[in-house]
Design a protein around this ligand. Structure first.
Ligand code: NAD
Ligand code: SER
Length: 317
């Protein structure tokens, strides 16, 4: 159990990961000690002290850190792969400048610890696509991927130069039932469940054989918290750790859904996200995370599909 003197700020807490991370961190630290913040007005949080914050506003960020005596920041605000390609210059500005603001808070000793997520998008078409290793060719072809790769290098640099305790995971596509995805290439793997339950049919924007690494949100949140709670000497990688999760194609997830909803049908109509997906790994090697801080996932594809359908049957966004 973590020290209850911690005060945690979550930036981008209104998004897919933020909603679930805030809930889980509140169970550990108490609702009063976990401060969700977002650019959006608060429609989610009733018991946590909420702050409306633009992560690009360094002064406002500093004021909130001081007001709440924040010790840790989970910095989630970013523009994801698909929306980033529609607005590349702003994606670069948001993803990079907001990271610098948070890294500087730790460099200047206002906070003790940072979590910042990276992504499988750091890899590109020249990366080996099967069992992609931690250290390999990385030539990302999206602005999102370029910003995450640069962000990883900056995190490591702040750690080496200023001893900033920053930790990071390269999440695969995340799949959860408590929150909606926010503009990524892997979003189909969440939408498919909603459409399967509502209409028993889904038109997928990726082709049927497009394999991508994915992960149940519960595993991703647990990995995040386990990484942040590991002793500093165990964290050997200060760029970002590979996380494998489960690799599957749209056809494979559709076949699994059909075991629960036999009349479910899927059609395929690729759009611009196909090229992004084709540039990413099909499966990931996460032996460094397993060796350094004992990472182990719980969900396989059948378990993930059962869990999503069981929970979404009664869920309204
Ligand atoms: P999301 O789009 O669902 O949520 C992002 C949140 O950030 C939104 O609520 C948005 O309102 C907020 N935001 C945007 N601009 C902001 C600003 N200027 N100031 C404050 N808040 C702002 O994204 P997510 O899926 O929750 O992803 C969170 C992080 O995890 C991102 O860094 C993303 O790159 C990373 N990640 C996500 C996935 C995934 O599958 N969801 C995979 C890999 C990495
Ligand atoms: N799920 C994310 C995306 O598709 C991966 O970082 O953008």
């Amino acid at each position: 159990m973590a020290n209850t003197t911690e005060k945690v700020l979550i930036i981008g807490a209104g998004g897919q990961i933020g909603i679930e991370l805030t809930e889980n961190l509140s169970k550990i630290y108490g609702h009063d000690n976990v401060i969700p913040s977002d650019l959006k007005d608060n429609t989610v949080y009733k018991t946590n002290p909420y702050e409306k914050l633009d992560a690009l506003d360094k002064t406002a960020l500093f004021d909130i850190v001081k007001k709440h005596n924040i010790t840790q920041v989970y910095h989630l605000a970013a523009m994801l792969s698909a929306t980033g390609e529609q607005n590349p210059m702003f994606a670069w500005k948001l993803n990079m400048e907001s990271l610098f603001h948070v890294l500087d808070l730790a460099k200047e000793k206002h906070i003790k610890q940072i979590y910042w997520p990276s992504s499988i998008a750091v890899f590109g078409p020249t990366t080996p696509q099967q069992n992609t290793p931690q250290y390999t060719v990385m030539e990302p072809s999206t602005i999102y991927g370029i910003s995450k790769q640069a962000g990883e290098r900056w995190c490591e640099w702040y750690f080496k130069k200023f001893n900033v305790d920053v930790r990071s995971l390269r999440y695969p596509g995340l799949i959860g039932w408590k929150s909606a995805p926010g503009g990524g290439t892997t979003d189909y793997a969440v939408h498919i469940f909603h459409e399967a339950l509502k209409k028993q049919t889904y038109e997928c924007f990726l082709s049927e054989e497009t394999a991508l690494p994915m992960m149940h949100m519960e595993d991703a949140i647990r990995a995040t918290i386990e990484l942040m709670h590991s002793p500093a000497e165990k964290i050997k990688i200060r760029g970002s750790y590979n996380l494998a999760g489960i690799s599957f194609t749209p056809k494979q997830i559709a076949d699994e859904i059909k075991k629960h909803i036999p009349n479910f049908t899927i059609t395929y109509k690729s759009d611009f996200r196909q090229a992004i997906a084709d540039s990413w790994p099909k499966s990931i090697n996460d032996e460094n995370a397993k060796a350094d801080w004992a990472w182990k996932e719980k969900y396989d594809l059948p378990k993930l599909v059962t869990n999503m359908l069981e929970n979404l049957v009664n869920y309204k966004f």
